[in-house]
Design a protein around this ligand. Sequence first.
Ligand SMILES: Nc1ncnc2c1ncn2[C@@H]1O[C@H](COP(=O)(O)OP(=O)(O)OP(=O)(O)O)[C@@H](O)[C@H]1O
Ligand SMILES: [Mg+2]
Length: 269
Amino acid sequence: MTDATGSRDLLAVSGLGKSFTHRSGTSTPAVGDISFTMADGEFIAVVGPSGCGKTTLLRCLAGLLAPDRGTLHYAGKPVDGVPEGLSVVFQEYNRSLLPWLTVRQNVEFGLSALPKSERAARATAALERVRLADVMQHAPWQLSGGMQQRVAVARAIATRPRLLLMDEPFASVDAQTRIALEAMTASISAELGLATLLITHDIDEAIFLADRVLVLSARPSEIVADITVELPRPREEVEVKATAAYQRYRRQVHGLIVGDAVDAGTAVR
Ligand SMILES: Nc1ncnc2c1ncn2[C@@H]1O[C@H](COP(=O)(O)OP(=O)(O)OP(=O)(O)O)[C@@H](O)[C@H]1O
Ligand SMILES: [Mg+2]
């Protein structure tokens, strides 16, 4: 499918860089030089050592932060603000949900442009999709961490996005919940035909979920590898992780990321 400009890419990032200047006058280069393209419906995982600029990259892609260098196009148009059709799930769910609203109201919050009945229908469908229909009237803080993150996912998909950006969405939940949330993410992205860009520092999560894994270097980050994950779908966690192909991808990504983290003196899981 091509858009008005004839481009096939949903997202086109070229030479993107971002530094932060501090009051003291010193500067922290976060994103060094990032270029990649993403097709409609594609699932990309971005992995990289702690502090390498992943969140900064995501905020630039989402139009929330202006890069210093490079170009960024979404559906063929330059990004200068949050583009329509793009949704974000942030790293810290406990700060992204509004505590004075119910779960349902949180999901409806991003749908204010729609008529009331449509808002309600969309919120119900999204909450059913993440299996939270029974807690719609609860406050977010009455839910477990994993449930709160499912509310954040429901809120993101209720807008019917074309591109979903997720920043370490499952980093602060326990291992069992995390596996369930990963499986849920895989099926939602597939069913809705969503292009999904997931930031993570979990190598297993990246390989299990993604069509492509972009491996970032330590700060200022560059892409050190763009790996196509040719594991058949749908993927079942236990089965896929037992395959030799999966183990090869794992060793490859681990080698790239740990080697780099050791060089930079930062840790990675
Ligand atoms: N608003 C800001 N002002 C100043 N410096 C910042 C700001 N945001 C990020 N930085 C710095 O930029 C660098 C990259 O930060 P960023 O949060 O993008 O990394 P990350 O890869 O997401 O880290 P983590 O793995 O911990 O989530 C860090 O050195 C950080 O201190
Ligand atoms: Mg981050």
